[in-house]
Ligand binder design. Sequence first.
Ligand SMILES: O=C(O)CCC(=O)C(=O)O
Ligand SMILES: [Fe+2]
Length: 214
Amino acid sequence: MAGLAEQLEFEENPVYEQLIEDILRDGYSVMDNFFVAETVVGLRADLLNKYEEDQFKKAAIGNRTNEIIKSEIRGDFILWMDEAKINEVQGQFFKSINDFSVYLNKTCFLGILRKEFHYAVYPEGKFYKRHLDTFQNDDCRRLSVVCYLNEDDWLPEHGGELVLYLQDENGKEFAKSIYPMPGRTVIFESQKIEHEVKPANRQRLSITGWLKTR
Ligand SMILES: O=C(O)CCC(=O)C(=O)O
Ligand SMILES: [Fe+2]
């Protein structure tokens, strides 16, 4: 029978190790190579297809059974993904997410058992005011994951930055802006980091989700 140590065997992955180190130190990590470029391009095409087919709906606040639409808080449109009915490119996406979750469980004992993801489109000028992801009455959310699917000619001056509200060593708050460059992936602690999405001067595309316990 395999010993306990063997059950925890894994091959060290430098990208995941960097992510974990960042999250333990700062509560967040920004990666430009978490998903391969082909997956990002495929997801963008899939998102735009489904958006054109009118499959998105206005995002609400509150949990999934108690939804209220408040445009003064968030103005994006979303489409939840169903892992049971995914296509090829969504499959590539979930394979990376699942690999990473297994790695986290083996190396950090995070106990990630569930996940949920949606595509998001922020039309020009739309935003999401400062919030904590657990305010959606979901305290099982451990890590928030956002991957930007913007067009390749996206520039920082197009706006749409994600602003994380962090604390320095003296407990003083400071803001960290992260620009939604295509393929960039941001992972942060859902229960700790308040954040907001600033308006962009063109349509802003992403895939967002949560790795959850229990
Ligand atoms: O798109 C982003 O940068 C963050 C989105 C977000 O905060 C959310 O959907 O809860
Ligand atoms: Fe959020």
